[in-house]
Design a binder for this molecule. Structure first.
Ligand code: GLY
Length: 426
């Protein structure tokens, strides 16, 4: 069995790692992969932004399944091309990935289906958006409609920031992604991600996880791709989890009834308001870094789950999970999320993995010709610890973090702290 994983971040390293534990012993390829996936799979130098390159590579190197990590290739139709070529794909076709590719499309689907979400209005012209803003109050959320590498959402705490965000979109900061702007009600509450496997009929939720988007402790500083994550999430009780699951099921049913055959992961980004969970956004893929804490706890063979998803047999699968806690701390390059240096030597990864329960997933790394591990991105490593409880998972993660270094390395010191506080208050 040969499986190709598309992508090269911490999420893909976690996917490759979970696939490598399969009883099917698949031969794994990762494109482009990173310094960590190289130890478990063969890194394939494919320019994944163009789906035709992937299909061309597979014609020369046949595989039994393609697993797509990032949203970009899904939105431009990689799964459609693979289907046309008769190659099973884990990941939705462009019509399903549009749920992530267009915030307006997602909002309209939620409105049609009565799915709880913030009130929103969409604009195709700057003047109309600014006129609407003149009648609103801060805080308020401004979103570029399309994919903007996680930078297209502004939570404006005053109206000047909201107006600036609208102008940035229409003045071309995000290219075509900013040609439509969605202005949305600000919602209060903790955020939580719930990812689910779905074959368009059956929906199997994974474990809730809480990401930390801001760069600095205490949720301060600029937004990032995610600085750390933990699971389980104590503020998610059984009723909240049932409500979130119901929302994902209704989303999949809504897509099905509207002719979208969605197979892969549906990611619900939720805010847990006083009135219950509401959807902030959907993603059409595994979360990054959520995957780095969720998949290590999956006991079910991921190869079986992925084939069942791609072949629409997910009703045959039951997921089972380790009852442990997991914490993942992102080690980032100096300057991230703004400009940063690359190609800096990293030390201590092997030593960090000697801490019990610790796995270091590589996000932005590469191996030099002499085997030296170098930084190669903004988020460099995801130091992930699994333990019987949250306090121990946090301790193990930070003990491992202390063994790693590279010039300029920075990280948050409070990942998992909110969970501990919630547990103390309970
Ligand atoms: N954790 C945020 C994302 O995957 O988009």
């Amino acid at each position: 069995m040969r499986i190709l994983v598309i992508g090269g971040g911490g999420r893909e390293h976690a996917i490759v790692s979970a696939l490598s534990r399969s009883a099917h012993k698949p031969e794994l390829f990762c494109a482009p992969g990173n310094g960590g996936t190289a130890a478990l799979s063969i890194n394939a130098a494919i320019t994944i932004e163009d789906p035709a390159n992937v299909v061309e590579w597979i014609e020369r190197n046949p595989v039994d399944l393609v697993v797509v990590g990032p949203e970009g290739p899904l939105v431009v139709g990689l799964a459609n091309l693979l289907e046309a070529a008769g190659i099973p794909c884990f990941g939705p076709k462009a019509s399903g990935a549009h749920l992530e590719g267009s915030k307006l499309f997602a909002k309209e689907l939620m409105e049609r289906r009565g799915i709880p979400t913030g009130r929103a209005a969409a604009f195709e012209a700057k003047e109309a958006a600014l006129a609407y803003l003149a009648e609103q109050a801060a805080p308020i959320v401004v979103k570029a409609d399309g994919l903007a590498a996680g930078k297209g959402v502004t939570v404006a705490m005053d109206m000047d920031a909201a107006r600036d965000a609208v102008k940035e979109c229409f003045d071309g900061r995000f290219g075509p992604a900013g040609e439509v702007v969605v202005i949305e009600e600000y919602l209060e509450g903790p955020e939580c991600s719930l990812l689910a496997f779905t074959d368009g009929e059956t929906v199997l939720p994974m474990l809730p996880a809480q990401d930390h988007k801001r760069a600095l402790d205490g949720d301060e500083g600029p937004n990032t791709g995610g600085m750390g994550v933990y699971t389980p999430v104590p503020v998610v009780d059984a009723a909240t989890l049932a409500a979130m699951t119901d929302i994902l099921e209704r989303t999949v049913a809504g897509m099905r009834e509207e002719g979208i055959d969605y197979r892969g992961v549906l990611y619900g980004g939720f805010i847990l308001t006083a009135g219950g969970p509401k959807v902030l956004e959907y993603n059409a893929r595994f979360g990054d870094p959520e995957t780095q804490v969720v998949l290590p706890l999956l006991k079910t063979d991921l190869v079986d789950v992925m084939f069942a998803t791609a072949e629409k047999r997910l009703s045959e699968v039951t997921l089972s999970w380790r009852g442990d806690a997991a914490v993942s701390v992102v080690l980032a390059s100096g300057g991230y999320p703004n400009d940063y240096l690359s190609d800096l030597p990293i030390t201590g990864v092997a030593d960090a993995e000697k801490v019990p329960g610790v796995t270091v997933f590589h996000a932005g790394t590469r191996l030099a010709h002499d085997g030296t591990l170098l930084t190669a991105g903004g988020r460099v490593l995801d130091v992930t610890a699994v333990a019987p409880n949250m306090a121990e998972a946090r301790e193990r993660a930070y003990e491992a973090v202390g063994r790693i270094s590279f010039e300029g390395m920075h990280y948050r010191t409070d990942i998992g702290l909110k969970a501990l506080q919630a547990l103390e208050e309970a």
